[in-house]
Design a protein around this ligand. Structure first.
Ligand code: CA
Length: 232
């Protein structure tokens, strides 16, 4: 999960970045309204955390621009402002959720996970594919009831494939959502990571879709019929 955090308070921004990174998210921190306006409209994000009081451009203007440019990811607005008019302006500009300062960092993490789940059309907090389960609230993976040990990168990849289960996920999409911007999607880094995840899963859940990327599906869900998983 790749998250844009727009916060001009350096201390708060740094602590938020740390809390989100510890929760396994890839975080880009931006402290300026104009820069945020550009970043949010031109790169791929799973969610954004947006402060309203910013230098350069105020948060409501930034958010309105993102939405006008077609950015569809969920946006959690953070602010010290408590007036209803400010909250309403944020919602009218396209905010999905709202937190008033001060707040618990854990609450930001939890709300972002809920927003991401909802963005993929899921209501239940658990996603299951065969014997593999992801508790999206706690970001915990289990395989046949046992905890699955994964690195942060492996977790991001597998979580993204689980949210998009049954559908092919392209190499570039995966790179954009789970990796920092400097990853060349044509490098074999993703292949190596997918290989490691497959070995940890044991069961053939990650299917290679020729020319289209990878698709996560239960072993008996062979509806596409073109899986060439080594174990298939
Ligand atoms: Ca501020």
């Amino acid at each position: 999960m790749r998250v844009l955090v727009v916060e001009d308070d350096a201390e708060l921004g740094a602590s938020l970045r740390q809390a989100l990174a510890e929760a396994g998210m890839l975080v880009e921190l931006c402290g300026d309204g104009r820069a945020a306006e550009f970043l949010g409209a031109t790169e791929t994000w799973d969610a954004a955390v947006l402060d309203l009081g910013l230098p350069g451009r105020d948060g409501v203007t930034v958010l309105r621009h993102w939405r006008e440019q077609g950015a569809a990811y969920p946006v959690l607005v953070l602010t010290a402002r408590t007036r209803w008019g400010d909250k309403r302006a944020a919602f009218e500009a396209g905010a999905d959720d709202y937190l008033t300062k001060p707040f618990l960092h854990d609450e930001v993490v939890m709300r972002l996970r809920v927003l991401q789940r909802r963005a993929y059309g899921r209501a239940a907090p658990e996603i299951a594919v065969g014997g593999l389960r992801l508790d999206t609230a706690g970001q915990r993976f289990t395989l046949d009831g046992r905890p699955l040990a994964l690195t942060a990168q492996e977790q991001r990849i597998l979580a993204h494939l689980m949210h998009r289960q049954g559908e092919p996920v392209s190499r570039s999409e995966l790179a954009e959502h789970v990796y920092a911007r400097d990853l060349d999607p044509d490098s074999n880094t993703l292949d190596v990571l997918i290989g490691r995840i497959r070995r940890k899963l044991g069961a053939p859940l990650i299917h290679t879709e020729r020319g289209r990327g990878w698709r996560l599906a239960a072993p008996d869900d062979g509806t596409h019929g073109d899986a060439d998983d080594p174990a298939a």
